[in-house]
Design a protein around this ligand. Structure first.
Ligand SMILES: Nc1ncnc2c1ncn2[C@@H]1O[C@H](COP(=O)(O)OP(=O)(O)O)[C@@H](O)[C@H]1O
Ligand SMILES: [Mg+2]
Length: 363
């Protein structure tokens, strides 16, 4: 099949790397030829150019996307001619924190208390209803912790409101979590579902740095609960492809943070760490192929992000149980340039391997 991807970043790059062995071809939307995916398929410039949308659609049998910030209007337009997966409902819901939380409420999925904020008066009321600490976030477009303001005192109301620069925002009560987890699942066109194990994520300055897969000491009940939330969401949105939910593990159980209608950074471990990677399973799902086994290949695995600077990659290349994945990006502060996957047969081996790669991690 010919698969068109809206976007040409590292996620599209890794989709293509996993999709070529299945005999798929790839096309990407993008305006320059130095994006991570641009050497992995045909490039179609898209912005404000209806003719180029037509040429991407003429090339492709099916369209997918890399980002929840994809324009729903473009997706609607394409959908008149060929399928777009995940569909419009998944995209429309997940690109707005308020719509996402309303769906969690509707489906009885626990999430932080929240209120939408469109004025200083709204924020004052939300702070008094929800209490502090709380986090004010832009309703759309946020990623890697950008567009967020952590409020601790009521005298920060004006400063927090101004930092949103007039865009719609949402105040969320601060969740006292023990760990951050995520669950990745894939749903096929035929409604088959498969789930990866819950993984544990560690962030630094809002950016994911380390994923441990599977998350250790997870009760099977907790995995079941997370899968139940996931299945409810997949079915409600009639989702096709990979869906990710980010969760907080708290004293009182799981609280859902947010979701993404796509392959996710916390699933990169699955390239070596699972029998079928999230990328391959996403491609299988949207192209109508049977879904692959999501179980781990090893008892322990981890993913370390390479952020800002490439660093001492020979360290990785000299380890039998570590794999280097670079995205063909130039170094820039806080930029995701690549990741390292580690596989291990014991906790001790995993810890030693992470320790050997500590130069890639913040203190
Ligand atoms: N309500 C909350 N309570 C506590 N921590 C939060 C809350 N919301 C977000 N965070 C922290 O900020 C990080 C980024 O927020 P998130 O909503 O996931 O936005 P992004 O779209 O940038 O990933 C989370 O991974 C978590 O560490
Ligand atoms: Mg997040």
């Amino acid at each position: 099949m010919k698969i068109g991807v809206l976007g040409a970043g590292q996620l599209g790059r890794m989709m293509a790397i996993s999709g070529y062995p299945l005999n798929h071809q790839f096309g990407f939307s993008g305006n320059t030829n130095d994006e991570p995916a641009s050497l992995l398929g045909h490039m179609f410039a898209l912005e404000d150019n209806a003719e180029n949308i037509e040429s991407l659609v003429a090339f492709a049998d099916v369209i997918t996307y890399e980002s929840e910030n994809t324009d729903v209007e473009i997706v609607k337009e394409i959908n008149k001619d060929i399928p777009v997966y995940p569909g419009e409902k998944s995209l429309f819901t997940t690109q707005h924190r308020g719509r996402e939380k309303a769906l969690f409420d509707q489906l009885n999925i626990p999430c932080a208390p929240y209120q939408m904020v469109n004025s200083l008066a709204d924020l004052t009321k939300a702070v008094s209803d929800i209490g502090l600490p709380a986090i004010l976030k832009t309703a759309t477009e946020g990623y890697d912790g950008k567009g967020q303001f952590l409020m601790r005192h009521t005298d920060q109301i004006k400063e927090a409101f101004d930092s949103m620069q007039g865009v719609e925002s949402i105040l969320e009560g601060f969740v006292n979590f023990k760990r951050e987890l995520s669950l990745i699942a894939v749903r096929g066109i035929d409604n088959d579902h498969k789930y990866y194990p819950l993984v544990e994520n560690t962030h630094h300055d809002g950016i994911l740095r380390l994923t441990i897969a599977p998350a250790q000491t997870i009760d099977s009940k907790v995995q079941e609960t997370a899968e139940h939330y996931m299945q409810t969401l997949l079915d409600e949105m009639d989702h096709v492809g990979v869906l990710t939910i980010e969760l907080f593990e708290t004293e009182n159980g799981l609280v859902v943070n947010e979701m993404a209608p796509r392959v996710h950074n916390s699933g990169h471990w699955s390239i070596e760490g699972a029998h079928t990677s999230q990328f391959e399973n996403h491609i299988r799902a949207i192209s109508g192929m049977p879904l692959g086994d999501t179980s781990p290949t090893h008892a322990f695995s981890a993913m370390i992000n390479i952020i800002g600077k490439i660093g001492p990659t020979d360290l990785v290349l000299n380890m039998a149980n570590a794999s280097l994945h670079l995205y063909d990006k130039t170094e820039r502060e806080n930029r995701k340039l690549g990741h390292i996957n580690i596989i291990a047969n014991s906790q001790a081996q995993l810890d030693t391997s992470i320790q050997q790669l500590k130069d890639f991690l913040p203190n």
